[in-house]
Design a binder for this molecule. Structure first.
Ligand SMILES: [Zn+2]
Ligand SMILES: [Zn+2]
Length: 183
């Protein structure tokens, strides 16, 4: 019963936060190969991330600020990573970091197998889910890239910001479409 095992696996990982493949194989009485396949499926939910020889639980709400890419540069435009990173996690466990939501959304268009997408709330510097964030596109405040795209966890904050600094408030899909058009 792969599905009920996967559910148990997910619950188990939620509780224990991390595990090695070997330990899981022993715990669930199946081969390491089977655990591998289960984890690959579960990684698509964005709840877990495969790491070398094991797996870690991904808690978006309480995750520490994401680390910048290995060389600290935006993978899209090459500027030094900013305080407002945009992070794409892929189902294969790879992570891509962009300097801002502008580059992040552009990068998203050419990224396959996206598991989860995180952005940084402009007002509070908190890491939030990019899919549920609101964006202010083309305001007078420029982080690094043009047109400027700022992320807000709350649509109310985004509206208030746009009233003061200009720009258009957009949902995730709208911001993506706007940038696609711009590109
Ligand atoms: Zn960039
Ligand atoms: Zn940028």
């Amino acid at each position: 019963m792969p599905n009920s095992r996967r559910t148990h696996l997910l619950e188990w990982l939620c509780e224990h936060k991390r595990a090695t493949i070997d330990a899981l194989s022993e715990q669930f009485g199946v081969s390491g190969m089977t655990i591998h396949r289960d984890l690959a499926e579960l990684a698509k939910t964005g709840k877990i991330r495969k790491v070398h020889g094991g797996v870690v639980w991904v808690d978006e709400a309480s995750a520490p600020s994401p680390s910048p890419s290995p060389d600290g540069k935006c993978e899209m435009c090459g500027v030094a990573a900013s305080r407002m990173p945009f992070i794409i996690r892929r189902t294969d466990g790879q992570t891509h970091t962009a300097c801002c939501a502008h580059c992040g959304l552009m990068m998203l268009m050419s990224t396959e197998g996206v598991a989860s997408v995180l952005t940084t709330d402009f007002l509070y510097g908190r890491t939030v889910s990019a899919r549920s964030a609101a964006y202010v596109v083309g305001s007078g405040v420029h982080l690094c890239c043009a047109p400027s795209v700022l992320s807000f966890a709350s649509a109310d904050d985004a509206e208030r910001f746009a009233r003061g600094f200009g720009g258009t408030v957009m949902a995730y899909d709208e911001a993506l479409a706007a940038l696609r058009h711009h590109a």
